[in-house]
Design a protein. Structure first.
Ligand code: NAD
Length: 254
């Protein structure tokens, strides 16, 4: 394993691994989006230092929990709406256009891979998407504005107008089942690639954090880019403990 204490050598080595690879699968976490203004969970000042997560069962059972959850989401709307793809997103979109990346696996919920140019079908969202909402019962889709208008009018979070079940951002909360199709596709791509790049994830949220090792065991080279160490660094062929924008900036094309 090359510890990239020499940052430039690390980026150079990353370039070589990218050039040699036929199928690259990136796996992204909140760290790829921090330069766009969206905070991550675990860094100092991250979302968890401010708010306790609301588990799925509590959301479904308790109107107050739903109201609180939606208040938090609306409070973040300015940040999500203003965010534009960062250098990390744009570098991956460049490799996608070049045919090197078939699909990105992401834990993020911010829609920024799609906004950088990935077709929606080529973004495997393990934890869903916060830029729209779904009924937890019949899965009817709602836009956030629909929820906001009713919340403002009635003073509490609305239920589904089709089946009456609660409406939640289209994300996977703690205690909620992982999306089966996305998990299957992510496993398939992890085992099909010859280069797997984990970018901006603390690699502690399971089962998503299992994919880097799954790829490694299936024979892929593993790169980890994160500004702090992860528990999986020892398994990687290249580890770059540096800012993602700085590291991937050189790979942004036109
Ligand atoms: P995490 O907060 O656990 O880890 C993010 C990692 O990125 C940290 O180790 C941090 O040190 C690193 N990092 C932050 N900014 C960086 C930068 N500029 N350069 C290099 N490294 C940087 O996030 P996670 O592993 O993705 O898991 C937490 C869950 O958080 C995810 O499942 C996701 O659903 C949710 N989440 C998503 C968003 C988003 O969509 N943007 C934001 C916050 C949380």
């Amino acid at each position: 394993m090359l510890k990239a204490s020499d940052f430039h050598r690390g980026v150079e080595r990353l370039g070589e691994l990218i050039a040699e690879a036929r199928v690259i699968v990136p796996f992204t976490g909140a760290g790829i989006s921090t330069e766009t203004g969206i905070p991550d969970f675990r860094s100092p000042g991250g979302l968890w230092s401010r708010n306790r997560p609301i588990p799925f069962d509590e959301f479904v059972a308790d109107q107050d929990a739903r109201d609180e959850s939606w208040r938090r989401r609306f409070a973040m709307e300015e940040v999500f709406a203003a965010a534009r793809p960062g250098r990390g997103h744009r570098a991956l979109a460049t490799l996608y256009r070049a045919g090197k990346i078939p699909t990105v696996i992401t834990q993020n919920i911010d829609n920024l891979h799609q906004r950088s140019g990935f077709a929606a079908d080529d973004v495997i969202e393990l934890h869903g998407n916060t830029t729209y909402a779904r009924c937890v019962g019949c899965e009817a889709r709602y836009e956030l504005q629909w929820v906001k208008t009713r919340f403002d009018q009635e003073g509490y979070a609305p239920d589904c107008s089709v089946c009456g079940a609660p409406v939640k951002t289209a994300t996977i909360s703690f205690g909620q089942a992982m999306p089966a199709d996305e998990m299957r596709r992510a496993a398939e791509m992890s085992q099909r690639c010859d280069l797997f790049i984990a970018i901006g994830s603390s690699l502690v949220v399971w089962p998503a954090a299992g994919f880097p090792l799954m790829a490694k065991r299936a024979g892929a080279r593993l790169v980890i880019i994160n500004n702090e160490p992860t528990e999986q660094d020892e398994h990687a062929d290249l580890v770059i403990h540096q800012d993602i924008g700085e590291t991937l900036g050189p790979f942004v094309g036109n």
